[in-house]
Design a binder for this molecule. Structure first.
Ligand code: PRP
Ligand code: URA
Length: 209
């Protein structure tokens, strides 16, 4: 699918396998989510525009590549996006952080918004939106619409596991937004959970199962 990037990385696949494992406890789940968040952020930022500058090393003068613009904002979709955010902030320490609270109704699977706190400079910096699960795509479609409404044009969406249904919904609603995922799974089940997936990411992350 155009605009979908899955890093070809054995360590990422290893961490995802441990994240999926039902025996991984909440502390382990959080740690893995943060580590995967850092790896996905690296991939999402791999093609940021650069400029060349003169740099003095302790040894000599040289020229080196630097980012042409300030680091993009990070936007975590609550709750589970907070797990990815922890690792993403380690990679982008200067990035302003936004929070978007969205929760799916467990019967209709429609997401409703309960909090919006976005940085002012979304329009100038752009954003990396973080949510580990792309299931029906309803939450991600809403989240990206909010970020666009706030003026962002440079936008990327990073998730851990994507369902084909969610990818299609995202492509239809936001074809301009590249998606970075650790894996694309098989399908959704009758309760809207990704199969094989990893269960309820928010509950596993915060121990609310
Ligand atoms: C989960 C997940 C996504 C959403 C994905 O959040 O973190 O935000 O479901 O599903 P969708 O693609 O069908 O919209 P949930 O609504 O369970 O909230 P939580 O993170 O607070 O548990
Ligand atoms: N949200 C989750 O946390 N897990 C799923 O499988 C689907 C939506």
């Amino acid at each position: 699918m155009t605009g979908l990037r899955i890093p070809d990385n054995a360590l990422l696949r290893h961490k995802l396998a441990r994240l999926r494992d039902r025996r991984t406890d909440s502390a382990g789940f959080r740690r893995l989510l943060a580590e995967i968040g850092a790896m996905l952020t690296m991939e999402a930022m791999a093609d940021l525009p650069e400029r060349e500058e003169a740099v003095e090393t302790p040894v000599t003068a040289t020229r080196a590549q630097m980012l042409a613009a300030p680091e993009p904002c990070l936007v975590a979709v609550l709750r589970a996006g907070l797990g990815l955010l922890e690792g993403a902030r380690g990679i982008l320490p200067e990035a302003p952080v936004g929070h978007l609270g969205l929760v799916r109704d467990e019967h209709t699977l429609v997401a409703s918004e309960y909090v919006v706190r976005l940085p002012r400079d979304l329009a100038t910096r752009g954003a990396l939106v973080l949510d580990p699960m792309l299931a029906t795509g309803g939450s991600a479609v809403q989240a990206l619409a909010r970020v666009k409404q706030a003026g962002a044009t440079f936008i990327r969406f990073a998730c851990v596991v994507a369902a084909p249904e969610g990818l299609r919904a995202l492509r239809d609603a936001h074809p301009d937004v590249p998606v970075i995922a650790a894996a694309v799974d098989e399908k959704l089940n009758e309760r809207g959970y990704i199969v094989p997936g990893l269960g309820d990411a928010g509950d596993r992350c915060f121990g609310t199962e």
